[in-house]
Design a protein around this ligand. Sequence first.
Ligand SMILES: Nc1ncnc2c1ncn2[C@@H]1O[C@H](COP(=O)(O)OP(=O)(O)OP(=O)(O)O)[C@@H](O)[C@H]1O
Ligand SMILES: [Mg+2]
Length: 476
Amino acid sequence: MAKPKTKILVIDDDPKVAWILKEGLESKFNFVSARDGIEGLQMVSTEKPNLILLDIKMPGMNGIEVLEKLNKMEKRPDVIMVSGQGDTNSVVDSIKLGAAEFINKPFDLQEIEIHINSVLERNTLKQEVEELKSELEIKSGWSNFIGDSQAMQKVKDIIEQVSDSELTVLIRGESGTGKEIAARSLHQLSSRSDKPFVKVNCAAIPRDLLEAELFGYNKGAFTGAHRDKQGRFELAHTGTMFLDEIGDMPLELQSKLLQVLEQQEFVRVGGNNTIHVDTRIICATNRNLEQGIVDKSFRDDLFYRLNEITLLLPSLRERPEDIALLADYFIEKYNKLYGKEFQALSGDIMSALTIFSWPGNVRQLENMIKQVVVRGDESIINDLINSAGAIPANTSQPVAVGAGVGYGAVSPYFEGEQTFSLKKRIGKTVAEEEKRLISEVLTRTNWNRRRAAEMLEISYRSLLYKIKDYNLNSVK
Ligand SMILES: Nc1ncnc2c1ncn2[C@@H]1O[C@H](COP(=O)(O)OP(=O)(O)OP(=O)(O)O)[C@@H](O)[C@H]1O
Ligand SMILES: [Mg+2]
Protein backbone atom coordinates (compact mmCIF):
# COMPACT_ATOMS: atom_id res chain seq x y z
CA MET A 1 0.00 0.00 0.00
CA ALA A 2 1.33 3.46 -0.90
CA LYS A 3 2.14 5.75 1.98
CA PRO A 4 -0.53 8.45 2.40
CA LYS A 5 0.69 11.88 1.32
CA THR A 6 1.70 14.38 4.01
CA LYS A 7 -1.16 16.80 4.68
CA ILE A 8 -0.19 20.47 4.88
CA LEU A 9 -2.54 23.19 6.12
CA VAL A 10 -1.85 26.61 4.59
CA ILE A 11 -3.18 29.50 6.69
CA ASP A 12 -2.89 32.68 4.66
CA ASP A 13 -5.28 35.52 3.89
CA ASP A 14 -3.87 35.67 0.37
CA PRO A 15 -5.52 32.80 -1.60
CA LYS A 16 -2.77 32.94 -4.21
CA VAL A 17 -0.31 31.35 -1.81
CA ALA A 18 -2.30 28.11 -1.38
CA TRP A 19 -3.05 28.07 -5.10
CA ILE A 20 0.64 28.33 -6.07
CA LEU A 21 1.63 25.60 -3.64
CA LYS A 22 -1.09 23.27 -4.91
CA GLU A 23 -0.14 23.91 -8.51
CA GLY A 24 3.53 23.28 -7.93
CA LEU A 25 3.66 20.58 -5.27
CA GLU A 26 0.36 18.71 -5.36
CA SER A 27 2.02 15.55 -6.63
CA LYS A 28 4.12 15.45 -3.42
CA PHE A 29 1.88 16.83 -0.69
CA ASN A 30 -1.79 17.12 0.05
CA PHE A 31 -2.74 20.77 0.67
CA VAL A 32 -5.75 22.15 2.54
CA SER A 33 -6.17 25.86 3.17
CA ALA A 34 -7.73 28.42 5.48
CA ARG A 35 -8.11 32.19 4.88
CA ASP A 36 -7.74 33.34 8.49
CA GLY A 37 -6.51 32.28 11.93
CA ILE A 38 -9.87 31.21 13.34
CA GLU A 39 -10.72 28.99 10.38
CA GLY A 40 -7.16 27.67 10.48
CA LEU A 41 -7.40 26.65 14.14
CA GLN A 42 -10.68 24.83 13.48
CA MET A 43 -9.12 22.98 10.56
CA VAL A 44 -6.23 21.80 12.74
CA SER A 45 -8.81 19.76 14.68
CA THR A 46 -10.90 18.60 11.74
CA GLU A 47 -8.19 17.98 9.12
CA LYS A 48 -5.40 16.83 11.44
CA PRO A 49 -2.59 18.13 9.20
CA ASN A 50 1.00 16.88 9.57
CA LEU A 51 2.40 20.38 9.07
CA ILE A 52 1.18 23.99 9.01
CA LEU A 53 2.37 26.83 6.81
CA LEU A 54 1.38 29.94 8.74
CA ASP A 55 1.42 33.50 7.43
CA ILE A 56 2.54 36.05 10.00
CA LYS A 57 0.66 39.11 8.78
CA MET A 58 -3.06 38.49 8.61
CA PRO A 59 -6.06 40.67 9.43
CA GLY A 60 -7.86 39.72 12.65
CA MET A 61 -5.79 37.09 14.44
CA ASN A 62 -2.18 37.30 13.21
CA GLY A 63 0.22 34.40 12.80
CA ILE A 64 1.89 34.90 16.19
CA GLU A 65 -1.47 34.76 17.96
CA VAL A 66 -2.40 31.62 16.06
CA LEU A 67 0.88 30.05 17.09
CA GLU A 68 0.23 30.92 20.74
CA LYS A 69 -3.17 29.21 20.52
CA LEU A 70 -1.63 26.17 18.81
CA ASN A 71 0.87 25.88 21.67
CA LYS A 72 -2.00 25.41 24.11
CA MET A 73 -3.00 22.19 22.33
CA GLU A 74 -1.77 18.98 23.91
CA LYS A 75 0.03 18.05 20.70
CA ARG A 76 0.35 20.30 17.68
CA PRO A 77 1.77 19.82 14.21
CA ASP A 78 5.06 21.50 13.32
CA VAL A 79 4.67 25.03 12.01
CA ILE A 80 6.61 26.79 9.25
CA MET A 81 6.15 30.57 9.43
CA VAL A 82 5.76 32.50 6.21
CA SER A 83 6.95 36.03 6.68
CA GLY A 84 6.85 39.09 4.46
CA GLN A 85 9.35 41.94 4.43
CA GLY A 86 9.74 43.94 7.65
CA ASP A 87 8.50 41.13 9.89
CA THR A 88 11.82 40.81 11.76
CA ASN A 89 10.33 41.28 15.22
CA SER A 90 7.63 38.75 14.56
CA VAL A 91 10.24 36.27 13.35
CA VAL A 92 12.02 36.58 16.69
CA ASP A 93 8.71 36.12 18.54
CA SER A 94 7.85 33.01 16.60
CA ILE A 95 11.28 31.52 17.30
CA LYS A 96 10.50 31.89 20.98
CA LEU A 97 7.14 30.23 20.41
CA GLY A 98 8.74 27.20 18.82
CA ALA A 99 8.17 27.59 15.07
CA ALA A 100 10.18 24.98 13.15
CA GLU A 101 11.28 27.04 10.12
CA PHE A 102 10.82 30.34 8.25
CA ILE A 103 10.19 31.12 4.66
CA ASN A 104 10.32 34.58 3.20
CA LYS A 105 7.79 35.81 0.71
CA PRO A 106 8.03 35.80 -2.22
CA PHE A 107 9.14 32.16 -2.07
CA ASP A 108 10.63 29.75 -4.47
CA LEU A 109 8.84 26.40 -4.78
CA GLN A 110 12.02 24.36 -4.71
CA GLU A 111 13.18 26.14 -1.58
CA ILE A 112 9.84 25.58 0.13
CA GLU A 113 9.95 21.87 -0.68
CA ILE A 114 13.39 21.60 0.94
CA HIS A 115 12.11 23.34 4.08
CA ILE A 116 9.04 21.10 4.30
CA ASN A 117 11.10 17.93 3.89
CA SER A 118 13.64 18.96 6.48
CA VAL A 119 10.92 19.62 9.07
CA LEU A 120 9.23 16.30 8.27
CA GLU A 121 12.51 14.40 8.62
CA ARG A 122 13.22 15.96 12.00
CA ASN A 123 9.71 15.04 13.05
CA THR A 124 10.14 11.39 12.09
CA LEU A 125 13.36 11.25 14.07
CA LYS A 126 11.65 12.81 17.07
CA GLN A 127 8.85 10.28 16.83
CA GLU A 128 11.31 7.40 16.66
CA VAL A 129 13.09 8.66 19.77
CA GLU A 130 9.77 8.98 21.61
CA GLU A 131 8.74 5.47 20.61
CA LEU A 132 12.06 4.13 21.82
CA LYS A 133 11.73 6.04 25.05
CA SER A 134 8.26 4.72 25.77
CA GLU A 135 9.42 1.21 24.88
CA LEU A 136 12.17 1.60 27.47
CA GLU A 137 9.75 2.95 30.04
CA ILE A 138 7.46 -0.03 29.51
CA LYS A 139 10.40 -2.37 29.77
CA SER A 140 11.45 -0.82 33.01
CA GLY A 141 8.09 -1.50 34.62
CA TRP A 142 6.57 -4.91 35.24
CA SER A 143 5.57 -5.40 31.63
CA ASN A 144 8.44 -7.77 30.85
CA PHE A 145 8.24 -9.65 34.15
CA ILE A 146 5.29 -11.88 33.45
CA GLY A 147 3.36 -13.84 36.06
CA ASP A 148 0.03 -13.48 37.81
CA SER A 149 0.19 -16.61 39.93
CA GLN A 150 0.11 -16.23 43.68
CA ALA A 151 3.74 -17.29 43.80
CA MET A 152 4.83 -14.56 41.37
CA GLN A 153 2.61 -11.99 43.01
CA LYS A 154 4.46 -12.66 46.24
CA VAL A 155 7.81 -12.21 44.50
CA LYS A 156 6.67 -8.91 42.99
CA ASP A 157 5.38 -7.74 46.36
CA ILE A 158 8.74 -8.39 47.98
CA ILE A 159 10.54 -6.60 45.13
CA GLU A 160 8.30 -3.56 45.57
CA GLN A 161 8.76 -3.56 49.34
CA VAL A 162 12.55 -3.77 49.32
CA SER A 163 13.52 -2.06 46.04
CA ASP A 164 14.00 1.35 47.56
CA SER A 165 15.81 0.17 50.66
CA GLU A 166 19.56 -0.25 50.74
CA LEU A 167 19.24 -3.88 51.83
CA THR A 168 21.39 -6.40 50.04
CA VAL A 169 19.17 -8.84 48.20
CA LEU A 170 20.14 -12.39 47.38
CA ILE A 171 18.07 -13.77 44.52
CA ARG A 172 17.80 -17.53 44.39
CA GLY A 173 16.04 -19.98 42.17
CA GLU A 174 16.68 -22.60 39.54
CA SER A 175 18.25 -21.71 36.22
CA GLY A 176 15.93 -19.78 33.90
CA THR A 177 13.46 -18.64 36.56
CA GLY A 178 14.07 -14.93 35.91
CA LYS A 179 16.69 -13.96 38.50
CA GLU A 180 18.24 -11.39 36.23
CA ILE A 181 14.86 -9.81 35.40
CA ALA A 182 14.15 -9.65 39.14
CA ALA A 183 17.49 -7.89 39.75
CA ARG A 184 16.78 -5.34 37.02
CA SER A 185 13.30 -4.73 38.43
CA LEU A 186 14.78 -4.08 41.87
CA HIS A 187 17.02 -1.47 40.30
CA GLN A 188 14.31 0.06 38.13
CA LEU A 189 11.94 0.48 41.04
CA SER A 190 14.59 2.08 43.25
CA SER A 191 15.59 5.72 43.48
CA ARG A 192 18.83 4.69 41.73
CA SER A 193 16.94 3.81 38.53
CA ASP A 194 18.51 6.63 36.48
CA LYS A 195 21.99 5.61 37.63
CA PRO A 196 24.05 2.71 36.25
CA PHE A 197 23.05 -0.93 36.64
CA VAL A 198 26.30 -2.87 36.34
CA LYS A 199 26.25 -6.63 35.96
CA VAL A 200 29.16 -8.96 36.58
CA ASN A 201 28.83 -12.67 36.01
CA CYS A 202 31.29 -14.15 38.50
CA ALA A 203 31.21 -17.52 36.73
CA ALA A 204 32.00 -16.11 33.29
CA ILE A 205 35.20 -14.23 34.16
CA PRO A 206 38.37 -16.26 34.79
CA ARG A 207 39.36 -16.25 38.47
CA ASP A 208 42.60 -14.35 38.02
CA LEU A 209 40.90 -11.57 36.03
CA LEU A 210 37.87 -11.19 38.26
CA GLU A 211 39.58 -9.08 40.90
CA ALA A 212 40.87 -6.55 38.35
CA GLU A 213 37.50 -6.51 36.65
CA LEU A 214 35.61 -5.81 39.87
CA PHE A 215 38.01 -3.50 41.64
CA GLY A 216 40.10 -2.05 38.80
CA TYR A 217 43.90 -1.78 38.74
CA ASN A 218 46.70 0.74 38.69
CA LYS A 219 49.36 1.03 36.04
CA GLY A 220 52.06 -1.59 36.53
CA ALA A 221 49.93 -3.79 38.82
CA PHE A 222 50.70 -6.76 36.57
CA THR A 223 52.17 -7.44 33.16
CA GLY A 224 50.00 -5.70 30.60
CA ALA A 225 48.61 -3.10 33.02
CA HIS A 226 49.83 -0.14 30.97
CA ARG A 227 47.48 2.40 32.51
CA ASP A 228 45.11 2.83 35.45
CA LYS A 229 41.71 1.26 34.95
CA GLN A 230 38.48 1.67 36.84
CA GLY A 231 36.77 -1.49 38.04
CA ARG A 232 33.07 -2.29 37.78
CA PHE A 233 32.46 -1.22 41.37
CA GLU A 234 33.61 2.28 40.50
CA LEU A 235 31.36 2.26 37.43
CA ALA A 236 28.45 1.25 39.64
CA HIS A 237 29.01 4.23 41.95
CA THR A 238 25.61 5.76 42.88
CA GLY A 239 23.90 2.89 41.05
CA THR A 240 23.42 -0.84 41.50
CA MET A 241 25.94 -3.67 41.23
CA PHE A 242 24.47 -7.03 40.23
CA LEU A 243 26.81 -9.89 41.06
CA ASP A 244 25.44 -12.85 39.15
CA GLU A 245 26.46 -16.42 40.04
CA ILE A 246 27.87 -15.22 43.35
CA GLY A 247 28.33 -18.87 44.38
CA ASP A 248 31.24 -18.98 41.93
CA MET A 249 33.17 -16.12 43.50
CA PRO A 250 36.64 -17.36 44.52
CA LEU A 251 37.20 -17.51 48.27
CA GLU A 252 40.12 -15.08 48.13
CA LEU A 253 37.90 -12.36 46.65
CA GLN A 254 35.07 -12.91 49.10
CA SER A 255 36.80 -10.99 51.90
CA LYS A 256 37.39 -8.01 49.59
CA LEU A 257 33.71 -8.05 48.70
CA LEU A 258 32.79 -8.19 52.37
CA GLN A 259 34.83 -5.04 52.90
CA VAL A 260 32.88 -3.24 50.17
CA LEU A 261 29.65 -4.35 51.81
CA GLU A 262 30.69 -3.27 55.27
CA GLN A 263 32.77 -0.14 54.64
CA GLN A 264 31.86 0.79 51.07
CA GLU A 265 35.54 0.91 50.27
CA PHE A 266 38.31 -1.05 48.59
CA VAL A 267 41.74 -0.68 47.01
CA ARG A 268 42.45 -1.23 43.31
CA VAL A 269 44.78 -4.07 42.34
CA GLY A 270 48.27 -2.62 42.70
CA GLY A 271 46.88 0.57 44.22
CA ASN A 272 47.52 2.36 47.51
CA ASN A 273 44.52 4.63 47.79
CA THR A 274 41.27 3.59 49.34
CA ILE A 275 38.35 4.16 47.00
CA HIS A 276 34.88 4.84 48.38
CA VAL A 277 31.78 3.74 46.52
CA ASP A 278 28.11 4.15 47.12
CA THR A 279 26.54 1.19 45.40
CA ARG A 280 23.62 -1.08 46.15
CA ILE A 281 24.52 -4.74 45.83
CA ILE A 282 22.23 -7.44 44.49
CA CYS A 283 23.45 -11.01 44.07
CA ALA A 284 22.02 -14.09 42.40
CA THR A 285 22.82 -17.75 42.45
CA ASN A 286 21.29 -21.12 41.73
CA ARG A 287 23.86 -22.84 43.92
CA ASN A 288 23.31 -24.14 47.40
CA LEU A 289 25.40 -21.61 49.33
CA GLU A 290 24.69 -23.35 52.65
CA GLN A 291 26.51 -26.36 51.25
CA GLY A 292 29.32 -24.01 50.21
CA ILE A 293 29.65 -22.89 53.83
CA VAL A 294 29.90 -26.52 54.96
CA ASP A 295 32.50 -27.23 52.23
CA LYS A 296 34.37 -24.05 53.20
CA SER A 297 34.11 -22.68 49.65
CA PHE A 298 31.82 -19.84 50.76
CA ARG A 299 32.37 -17.54 53.74
CA ASP A 300 29.56 -17.65 56.24
CA ASP A 301 29.98 -13.98 57.24
CA LEU A 302 29.60 -12.98 53.58
CA PHE A 303 26.58 -15.24 53.22
CA TYR A 304 24.77 -13.54 56.10
CA ARG A 305 25.75 -10.08 54.84
CA LEU A 306 24.50 -10.82 51.31
CA ASN A 307 21.41 -12.43 52.57
CA GLU A 308 19.65 -9.54 54.25
CA ILE A 309 16.69 -10.33 52.06
CA THR A 310 16.31 -13.54 50.09
CA LEU A 311 14.11 -13.53 47.05
CA LEU A 312 13.34 -17.07 46.00
CA LEU A 313 11.98 -17.34 42.48
CA PRO A 314 9.55 -20.21 42.01
CA SER A 315 10.26 -22.80 39.33
CA LEU A 316 7.86 -22.85 36.41
CA ARG A 317 6.37 -26.19 37.44
CA GLU A 318 5.36 -24.59 40.73
CA ARG A 319 3.27 -22.01 38.89
CA PRO A 320 1.71 -23.69 35.85
CA GLU A 321 -1.04 -21.05 35.93
CA ASP A 322 1.50 -18.63 34.39
CA ILE A 323 2.38 -20.82 31.42
CA ALA A 324 -0.42 -19.58 29.12
CA LEU A 325 0.37 -15.96 29.98
CA LEU A 326 4.07 -16.44 29.32
CA ALA A 327 3.40 -18.33 26.08
CA ASP A 328 1.22 -15.47 24.79
CA TYR A 329 3.83 -12.94 25.81
CA PHE A 330 6.61 -14.78 23.97
CA ILE A 331 4.42 -15.32 20.89
CA GLU A 332 3.88 -11.57 20.70
CA LYS A 333 7.54 -10.84 21.37
CA TYR A 334 8.84 -13.12 18.61
CA ASN A 335 6.07 -12.22 16.15
CA LYS A 336 7.27 -8.63 16.46
CA LEU A 337 10.94 -9.51 16.35
CA TYR A 338 10.72 -11.77 13.30
CA GLY A 339 7.77 -10.07 11.56
CA LYS A 340 5.59 -13.20 11.91
CA GLU A 341 1.89 -13.56 12.54
CA PHE A 342 1.66 -16.74 14.54
CA GLN A 343 -1.70 -16.83 16.28
CA ALA A 344 -2.42 -18.69 19.52
CA LEU A 345 -1.47 -22.22 20.59
CA SER A 346 -4.19 -24.88 20.45
CA GLY A 347 -5.78 -26.30 23.60
CA ASP A 348 -3.97 -29.65 23.19
CA ILE A 349 -0.57 -28.01 23.01
CA MET A 350 -1.41 -25.79 25.96
CA SER A 351 -2.32 -28.89 27.99
CA ALA A 352 0.99 -30.49 27.06
CA LEU A 353 2.82 -27.34 28.17
CA THR A 354 0.90 -27.23 31.43
CA ILE A 355 1.83 -30.73 32.52
CA PHE A 356 5.46 -30.63 31.39
CA SER A 357 8.05 -30.46 34.19
CA TRP A 358 10.17 -27.56 32.77
CA PRO A 359 13.67 -28.36 33.99
CA GLY A 360 14.92 -25.21 32.20
CA ASN A 361 12.04 -23.09 33.47
CA VAL A 362 10.97 -19.89 31.66
CA ARG A 363 14.08 -19.85 29.47
CA GLN A 364 13.14 -23.29 28.11
CA LEU A 365 9.56 -22.17 27.44
CA GLU A 366 10.81 -19.01 25.72
CA ASN A 367 13.11 -21.02 23.46
CA MET A 368 10.32 -23.42 22.53
CA ILE A 369 7.92 -20.63 21.66
CA LYS A 370 10.62 -18.88 19.65
CA GLN A 371 11.06 -21.98 17.51
CA VAL A 372 7.30 -22.36 17.09
CA VAL A 373 6.94 -18.75 15.93
CA VAL A 374 9.92 -18.89 13.57
CA ARG A 375 8.78 -22.15 11.99
CA GLY A 376 5.07 -21.34 12.22
CA ASP A 377 4.32 -24.85 13.43
CA GLU A 378 3.13 -25.63 16.93
CA SER A 379 3.39 -29.39 16.50
CA ILE A 380 7.16 -29.22 17.07
CA ILE A 381 6.33 -28.64 20.74
CA ASN A 382 5.47 -32.31 21.15
CA ASP A 383 8.91 -33.35 19.83
CA LEU A 384 10.67 -30.73 21.94
CA ILE A 385 8.84 -31.86 25.05
CA ASN A 386 9.58 -35.50 24.36
CA SER A 387 13.27 -34.91 23.83
CA ALA A 388 13.52 -32.50 26.78
CA GLY A 389 11.59 -34.89 29.01
CA ALA A 390 14.46 -37.31 28.71
CA ILE A 391 16.81 -34.77 30.31
CA PRO A 392 16.77 -34.91 34.08
CA ALA A 393 15.31 -31.88 35.80
CA ASN A 394 17.53 -29.27 37.44
CA THR A 395 18.82 -30.90 40.59
CA SER A 396 20.22 -27.85 42.34
CA GLN A 397 17.06 -27.10 44.30
CA PRO A 398 17.54 -23.90 46.22
CA VAL A 399 16.86 -23.88 49.89
CA ALA A 400 14.12 -21.48 51.00
CA VAL A 401 15.47 -19.11 53.60
CA GLY A 402 14.93 -15.63 54.99
CA ALA A 403 12.11 -13.61 53.50
CA GLY A 404 11.89 -16.03 50.59
CA VAL A 405 8.55 -17.27 49.51
CA GLY A 406 9.22 -20.76 50.75
CA TYR A 407 8.14 -23.01 47.94
CA GLY A 408 8.64 -26.70 48.43
CA ALA A 409 10.11 -28.78 45.65
CA VAL A 410 7.56 -30.50 43.45
CA SER A 411 7.63 -34.26 43.78
CA PRO A 412 9.79 -36.09 41.24
CA TYR A 413 6.69 -38.11 40.55
CA PHE A 414 5.85 -35.75 37.74
CA GLU A 415 9.20 -35.38 36.08
CA GLY A 416 8.85 -35.97 32.35
CA GLU A 417 5.41 -37.52 32.63
CA GLN A 418 3.01 -36.78 29.78
CA THR A 419 -0.26 -38.27 31.00
CA PHE A 420 -2.38 -37.94 34.06
CA SER A 421 -4.73 -40.76 33.16
CA LEU A 422 -5.41 -42.70 36.37
CA LYS A 423 -5.62 -45.99 34.50
CA LYS A 424 -2.37 -45.49 32.65
CA ARG A 425 -0.45 -44.03 35.53
CA ILE A 426 -1.52 -46.22 38.40
CA GLY A 427 -2.99 -49.40 36.92
CA LYS A 428 -4.84 -50.64 39.96
CA THR A 429 -6.15 -47.73 41.95
CA VAL A 430 -4.42 -47.24 45.22
CA ALA A 431 -6.35 -44.64 47.20
CA GLU A 432 -3.32 -42.85 48.50
CA GLU A 433 -1.73 -42.54 45.08
CA GLU A 434 -5.02 -41.47 43.59
CA LYS A 435 -5.42 -38.72 46.18
CA ARG A 436 -1.88 -37.51 45.57
CA LEU A 437 -2.30 -37.41 41.81
CA ILE A 438 -5.65 -35.64 41.97
CA SER A 439 -4.37 -33.06 44.36
CA GLU A 440 -1.31 -32.33 42.19
CA VAL A 441 -3.40 -31.97 39.06
CA LEU A 442 -5.75 -29.63 40.90
CA THR A 443 -2.83 -27.49 41.97
CA ARG A 444 -1.43 -27.48 38.46
CA THR A 445 -4.75 -26.36 37.00
CA ASN A 446 -5.19 -23.80 39.72
CA TRP A 447 -8.22 -25.76 40.90
CA ASN A 448 -9.94 -25.63 37.56
CA ARG A 449 -11.96 -28.80 38.15
CA ARG A 450 -13.09 -29.24 34.54
CA ARG A 451 -9.52 -29.10 33.22
CA ALA A 452 -8.34 -31.35 36.01
CA ALA A 453 -11.03 -33.93 35.18
CA GLU A 454 -10.00 -33.85 31.50
CA MET A 455 -6.35 -34.34 32.38
CA LEU A 456 -7.14 -37.16 34.78
CA GLU A 457 -9.41 -38.66 32.13
CA ILE A 458 -12.28 -39.08 34.54
CA SER A 459 -15.70 -37.42 34.48
CA TYR A 460 -16.29 -34.09 36.12
CA ARG A 461 -18.84 -35.60 38.49
CA SER A 462 -16.54 -38.34 39.59
CA LEU A 463 -13.79 -35.79 40.25
CA LEU A 464 -16.16 -33.83 42.49
CA TYR A 465 -16.97 -37.04 44.44
CA LYS A 466 -13.30 -37.83 44.82
CA ILE A 467 -12.50 -34.31 46.01
CA LYS A 468 -15.18 -34.77 48.66
CA ASP A 469 -14.14 -38.33 49.54
CA TYR A 470 -10.51 -37.43 49.95
CA ASN A 471 -11.36 -34.21 51.71
CA LEU A 472 -9.23 -32.11 49.32
CA ASN A 473 -9.38 -28.37 49.84
CA SER A 474 -8.30 -25.50 47.67
CA VAL A 475 -5.86 -23.34 49.55
CA LYS A 476 -6.81 -20.32 47.47
N1 LIG B 1 8.73 -13.85 34.51
C1 LIG B 1 9.28 -13.74 33.31
N2 LIG B 1 8.66 -13.03 32.35
C2 LIG B 1 9.21 -12.90 31.12
N3 LIG B 1 10.36 -13.46 30.74
C3 LIG B 1 11.02 -14.17 31.65
C4 LIG B 1 10.52 -14.36 32.98
N4 LIG B 1 11.39 -15.13 33.67
C5 LIG B 1 12.37 -15.41 32.82
N5 LIG B 1 12.18 -14.85 31.61
C6 LIG B 1 13.05 -14.95 30.43
O1 LIG B 1 13.72 -16.21 30.52
C7 LIG B 1 15.10 -16.07 30.23
C8 LIG B 1 15.91 -16.46 31.45
O2 LIG B 1 15.72 -15.50 32.49
P1 LIG B 1 16.93 -15.03 33.44
O3 LIG B 1 18.16 -14.84 32.62
O4 LIG B 1 16.46 -13.87 34.24
O5 LIG B 1 17.04 -16.34 34.32
P2 LIG B 1 18.05 -16.68 35.49
O6 LIG B 1 17.20 -17.11 36.65
O7 LIG B 1 18.99 -15.55 35.68
O8 LIG B 1 18.78 -17.98 34.92
P3 LIG B 1 20.32 -18.51 35.16
O9 LIG B 1 20.39 -18.98 36.55
O10 LIG B 1 20.45 -19.59 34.16
O11 LIG B 1 21.20 -17.33 34.88
C9 LIG B 1 15.32 -14.64 29.81
O12 LIG B 1 15.26 -14.54 28.41
C10 LIG B 1 14.16 -13.91 30.44
O13 LIG B 1 13.83 -12.78 29.67
MG1 LIG C 1 21.02 -15.36 35.26
